[in-house]
Write a protein that binds this ligand. Sequence first.
Ligand SMILES: Cc1cc2nc3c(=O)[nH]c(=O)nc-3n(C[C@H](O)[C@H](O)[C@H](O)COP(=O)(O)O)c2cc1C
Length: 278
Amino acid sequence: MPKTLADLVTLRYGIETDLGADRPADGLLAQILDRRSHRRWKDDPVPEDLLQLLFACAFSASAKSDLQQSGVVVVRNKAVQQKITDLIPAMPWIATAPVFMVWIGDNHRIRRISEMRGIPFGNDHLDSFLNAATDTALAMQTFILAAESQGLGCCPISNVRNHTDAMKDLLGLPPHTFPYAGLCVGYPSREGFSSMRLPLSRFVHDNTYNEATLEADIDGYDRRRAARHAPPKESWRDVEKWGEPEFYGWSEDKARQVAVTERDNLGPFVRAQGIKLD
Ligand SMILES: Cc1cc2nc3c(=O)[nH]c(=O)nc-3n(C[C@H](O)[C@H](O)[C@H](O)COP(=O)(O)O)c2cc1C
């Protein structure tokens, strides 16, 4: 059992630390440090009043210029939830999730407001897309943290963006909106695990961006991570193409993952939805 926040930081980063050694492992920081995605669910339903309370928390997140360009479609219809799973068969946790929703970047509402007020919308460019995506990410993560604080587990699903046209039809998305991510929600049936992160030196730069120790940091991270959860050989990606290295760590896996072009449908979809990306 973790006693102090330092125990949770050590677990998260796989590096012994005193950071937080003077604080007990409880409260919001402990919850954030120990959070994890879940993909297996108990049958227990999520009470509707709790769900609505979590949405109230989610949309309390910061929002760029108070434009509030996010939204969520709760998929109440189980047949639609199954259709979405059928599009993404590798992720059966979508079908089994007691609640499934799709978070929506919404640049539609502010344009409607411009129309309502008879004032032209003057921001038809990439920043509108980025702001809507950011608001939506912040709202979704706020929902996740709120849900986790209540014993629920969540799993975002970016794979809905592989099927943007189907999402538009199934969810009735108007122009200037886009599916950001699905989210499975339920009471987890397994404990899950704290997924190890890169060392803080890779995220936090003092004064200027600094990658002097990048290679050593990545190598150390690969080794620490593999010592905890070595990827089983059956899960190695594209062995026919990239071979069987002596050591297969996180960086090898991620390099192989991003070698495969995915989701190049998104830009054309967002443009077809009327959002300029220039
Ligand atoms: C925007 C976003 C999209 C994601 N999409 C998927 C997905 O399609 N399928 C899935 O199983 N997990 C998905 N995840 C979960 C990540 O795999 C997970 O957050 C990551 O492995 C780190 O694990 P942790 O959340 O337990 O710390 C997504 C997470 C985010 C933030």
